[in-house]
Design a protein around this ligand. Structure first.
Ligand code: NAP
Ligand code: HSE
Length: 435
């Protein structure tokens, strides 16, 4: 199909993702134009360093002046793939006030300033799309915002950070330590030299905030998300989990809390290492893959699986957004805007309910089990299974609880630490996926 009409695109960033967006827009230009109903052409690209070799990109369209892109009257749409908070935030806002639609992959920015950006796109009457911001290539935001908008989401639970999933997979499958698996992830280019954003759960928390906002029609920021990373997970934790038929994953969980009496509905959003049975569908998600499990009142359980990162998979999601914007423009319409009408409160972590695995070093003497059991029961937590392994004068006790609140569990652990027979509470790991 030939098309004389053109939608002019400005690209902010030509790194891992931006370079692939540029390459695919040229490689697939005929198909993209046919699907969009208009030719799609990149007319300017902002980068920091003009001397970096960028194969396939015409150097004459590169600039270090990002402002000249977002204010250019000839540009219809801006794709922001530079990352970070500033100048990305100011540039997006300026692009919108200059009447340009915006597509971004920037989860860190959306999780901090999403409300401001949605408001600005409403005021400017421009499209704002961000499918690539969560789980890379996996279509999950549009399904939540559009396909499932007639349903009632009860829970979203997912593996939404590829780096930590790679590390935990290696620990599970090879017995590697956290440090050893991290080095391997860095050598393969999954983890950055400073792995903080991934291993300490910041990246997953930002994505969890975006998922929760869409699922529960509420503004959620990264500050609202309870977060624990995977640095404290040891090879021993993984080996105990494995022996019990579990695998440890860094899960993001957003859920509606159970209502008691006349309580107002609240949601919980958390990211933490979690044990799930090896038979759970999320347990089969290996290496750097992502998957998101959504439980709805009418649709039941759904799972979305695929590549959560990488230039080409992420560019796929961006190009999908680009075509969506082009189609909207052809029809003189706009895509769906943010809905935050429900405005639910986000409950503190103490209210969340799950099961827990508590590993303790204890004195191997008569009465240990009884004293541990009564301490647990005193805090309104009940025991599902207990496993004890003798090791000479002492033993390891592994207690799996029934569902309890985080605050009951915290009190239990505090009291266990004070017991004379408990030498050390080695670790506490949350457990999901048991019926
Ligand atoms: P990247 O490789 O670091 O690329 C960033 C690009 O932006 C580079 O081209 C850089 O220029 C340019 N840039 C940065 N600051 C700039 C500034 N102030 N002015 C002009 N240009 C600037 O990052 P990426 O991995 O492509 O990620 C981009 C975005 O996509 C981030 O928001 C990230 O969270 C998101 N994302 C990434 C992935 C992934 O797998 N990488 C997946 C999903 C979402 P130079 O080339 O000159 O340095
Ligand atoms: N660092 C992220 C990950 C990239 O490991 O999943 C995609 O956001």
């Amino acid at each position: 199909m030939s098309n004389d009409r053109v939608l002019r695109v400005g690209l902010l960033g030509a790194g891992t993702v931006g370079a692939e967006v540029a390459r695919l827009m040229v490689a697939n230009q005929v198909d993209l134009a046919a699907r969009a109903g208009v030719g799609l052409v990149i007319t300017k690209i902002a980068v920091r360093d003009l001397t970096t070799p960028r194969p396939g990109i015409d150097p004459s369209i590169l600039t270090t002046d990002s402002d000249s892109i977002v204010t250019d009257p000839e540009i219809d749409l801006v794709i922001e793939v530079m990352g970070g908070i500033e100048p990305a935030r100011s540039l997006i806002l300026k692009a919108m006030t200059h009447g340009k639609a915006v597509v971004t992959a920037n989860k860190a920015l959306l999780a901090k300033h999403g409300a401001e950006l949605f408001h600005a796109s409403d005021l400017a009457d421009v499209d704002f799309y961000y499918e690539a911001a969560v789980a890379g290539a996996i279509p999950i935001l549009r399904p939540l915002a559009e396909s499932l908008v007639g349903d009632h989401v009860e829970r979203v639970m997912g593996i939404i950070n590829g780096t930590t999933n790679y590390i935990l997979t290696k620990m599970h499958e090879t017995g590697a330590s956290f440090e050893g698996a991290l080095l391997e992830a860095q050598a393969l280019g999954y983890a950055e030299a400073d792995p903080t954003a991934d291993v300490d759960g910041f990246d997953a928390a930002a994505k969890a905030a975006i998922l929760a906002g869409l699922a529960f029609h509420t503004q959620v920021t990264d500050e609202d998300v309870y977060r624990e990373g995977i640095r404290a997970i040891t090879a021993d934790d993984v080996s105990v989990a494995k022996a019990m038929g579990f695998v440890i994953k860094l899960l993001a969980i957003a859920e509606a809390n159970e209502l008691h009496g006349s309580q107002e509905e609240t949601i919980s959003v958390r990211v933490h290492p979690t044990m799930i049975p090896v038979t759970h569908p999320l347990a089969a998600v290996r290496e750097a893959f992502n998957a998101v499990f959504v439980k709805c009142e009418s649709a039941g359980e759904l799972m979305f699986y695929g590549r959560g990162a990488g230039g080409t998979p992420t560019a796929s999601a961006i190009l999908g957004d680009l075509v969506a914007v082009a189609r909207n423009r052809n029809e003189g319409s706009l895509g769906p805007t943010e809905t935050d009408y429900a405005d639910l409160d986000i409950a503190p972590i103490g209210v969340s309910r799950t099961r827990y695995l508590i590993r303790m070093d204890v004195a191997d003497v008569p009465g240990v089990l009884a004293s541990v059991a009564s301490t647990v029961a005193k805090n309104d937590v009940s025991i599902m299974t207990v496993r004890q392994e003798g090791r000479g004068g002492d033993a390891e006790l592994v207690v799996l609880t029934h569902i309890a609140t985080e605050s009951s569990l915290a009190n239990t652990v505090k009291d266990l630490r004070e017991l004379e027979v408990v030498q050390k509470v080695v670790s506490v790991i949350r457990v999901e996926g048991l019926i």
